[in-house]
Design a protein around this ligand. Structure first.
Ligand code: PXL
Length: 468
């Protein structure tokens, strides 16, 4: 049973919206009379409802946007009526109507007035769909007048019925943000990212940390090595192996009773780290996700700093993971196969064969990157070992190699999973995000070896995660 006493009262804005609508109706009833007042009142009522924002200042700003939208929609409608398209066949009329809507939206977006778009389209439709005897220009002007009436009444109600204290509005907004983030804090996921720090060149931790933070997770790091730059495309880089620091760091963490919802390993600083990272997984995995990116090779070749034993060691580490995310070259090295087919195009049988052989090593899920069946698209394939389900995520292909995109992909994929997205959706998110980063990279003069401008695509990424 609903306890009526516990229901909140309707807010002041709700009441004021009702007052504005009723005032518009009274206005037109008195002005136009009992015949035809409803037709005139419709647009003014719509405008009053959408203009009635929670501050007077905002109502005015919205009002200006409505007038511009009304003008654009009204004029476009007048042109369509004046040129007699409505009297043509239905097919011609709907084609012209569709093109006009595109034109209105395009024009308003070009003027950077996208909040004028809805009213522009509403007014256009009201003009072209309303059979009245008045001339098109008359009708368009009438709509503009009705819009102004709606705005003036919304503004007056907001201003005179009860003007909200801006401080109170701000406090309420802050309170809502706090409430939302309190709820989020209770469930905020903790990740441990185990990669190197390449000081310059956007890869590994300098990519994983910001992406996982933007995804709302608390990202701790365990650096495996510190390099002045990454190893692809730079020479003369410094290399400090942090193998000796891993056990003391973990020993301290254990005194703090730390645990993680996800452990995500990438580039390792030495062969010995394979065992150390496997131990970290045992210590901290709990019910969390262990994701291994077996970073060691690309474009058919092992990275020069690694020997072939690294590939065998990585295969053992992959066996301990819940998810592994090799590229095609790494998959071949892990399986002890030739990597000459890394570039594709690949056959579906080849990809599913690799997925199954990788799953046989032990991980619950395998995500293979760099999969391409046709020349214009590239993406990833996944296999869920328990269900046997194979899925794919593709995006458009760009020529060439882009440093750090494996780390961008892995961080985005894990972000999706930790935000409760399915493996398929997380994979599509990661593929799309990398594609957006590459598009941005192609649009900047920065040398490729400095990585992709993933920072610029974070808003798109956060929107897809529902965090913006
Ligand atoms: O993005 C993979 C990566 C990570 N860390 C270092 C690298 C590379 C790839 O070249 O050199 C140090």
């Amino acid at each position: 049973m609903i306890d009526l006493h516990k229901l909140p009262y309707p807010g002041m804005r709700t009441v004021k919206t009702a007052i504005a609508v009723v005032s518009v109706m009274i206005f037109y009833r008195v002005l136009v009379g009992s015949e035809g007042w409803m037709n005139s009142a419709t647009l003014a009522c719509i405008v009053a409802v959408i203009c009635l924002q929670d501050s007077v200042d905002k109502t005015l700003r919205e009002g200006a946007a409505r007038i511009l939208g009304t003008f654009a929609g009204g004029m476009a409608g007048a042109v369509v009526l004046a040129t007699g398209f409505r009297e043509h066949s239905f097919a011609v009329f709907i084609v012209v109507a569709g093109i006009s809507i595109i034109f209105i939206i395009y024009l308003l977006n070009l003027m950077d007035k996208n909040n004028s778009v809805p009213i522009g389209c509403v007014v256009f439709m009201m003009v072209v769909l309303n059979m009245s005897d008045v001339s098109p220009v008359h009708q368009a002007l009438g709509n503009i007048v009705d819009t102004v009436v709606g705005i003036v009444i919304a503004y007056s109600v907001n201003r005179f019925v009860y003007e909200p204290d801006p401080q109170r509005v701000q406090n309420k907004q802050n309170h809502n943000i706090r409430r939302r983030s309190d709820a989020c804090m209770k469930t905020q996921k903790k990740v441990c990212a185990i990669h190197d720090i390449s000081c310059v060149g956007r890869c590994s931790l300098t990519v994983a940390l910001p992406i996982l933070s933007a995804a709302g997770t608390e990202c701790s790091v365990l650096p495996t090595a510190v390099l002045s730059t990454h190893t692809g495309g730079f020479t003369g880089f410094t290399y400090r192996d942090l193998t000796e620091d891993i056990t003391p760091i973990s020993t301290h963490w254990q005194t703090l009773g730390i645990n993680f919802d996800a452990m995500y390993s990438g580039f390792l600083g030495s062969f010995e780290q394979l065992d150390l990272v496997a131990e970290l997984f045992d210590t901290y995995r709990g019910d969390g996700i262990v994701m291994v990116d077996p970073v060691m090779a690309d474009e058919g070749k092992l990275y020069p700093i690694y020997s072939p034993e690294m590939a065998q060691g990585m295969a053992k580490l992959c066996a301990k993971a819940d998810i592994i995310i090799p590229n095609l070259t790494e998959a071949a090295f892990i399986l002890g196969e030739s990597a000459e087919n890394w570039e594709g195009p690949h056959s579906e049988a080849y990809i599913t064969g690799l997925l199954n052989k990788l799953a046989a090593l032990g991980p619950k899920q395998v995500v293979l990157t760099g999969v391409t069946f046709e020349k214009d698209t590239i993406g990833a394939a996944s296999l869920d070992a328990a269900s046997g389900v194979v899925s794919y995520a593709f995006s458009k292909r760009a020529e060439g190699h882009f440093h750090g995109t494996g780390d961008t992909f892995g961080s985005a994929l894990l972000s999706g999973l930790l935000n409760d997205m399915s493996l398929q959706d997380s994979m599509q998110l990661a593929v799309d995000y990398v594609c957006e980063c590459i598009d941005l990279a192609l649009a900047t003069p920065r040398e490729r070896r400095y990585g992709v401008p993933f920072e610029q695509a974070l808003p798109m990424f956060m929107k897809r995660l529902g965090r913006m």
